[in-house]
Design a protein. Sequence first.
Length: 87
Amino acid sequence: MSALLEPMYGALSVMCLLAGLFFLRYWRLSGDRFFIWFACAFWTFAVNWALLVDTSTEHSPYIYAVRLAGFVQIIIAITLKNRGAAR
């Protein structure tokens, strides 16, 4: 692995954790489940980036599974919001 990839994956992981914290704050202010779904999705992406530091390649099934879980959470959040069931 390149010497620059590990710090970059770490930085991306921290940024996803921070984005999740911002969505958590908006959820606490509004009570809208849309924001908690997005917070969990970004925390899932943070796990994805953290796992990439440990592996030598991105082409692993569990890396794709974690990433897929994050995108499914986003799709669920958008679907619930559009159906009016977010509150």
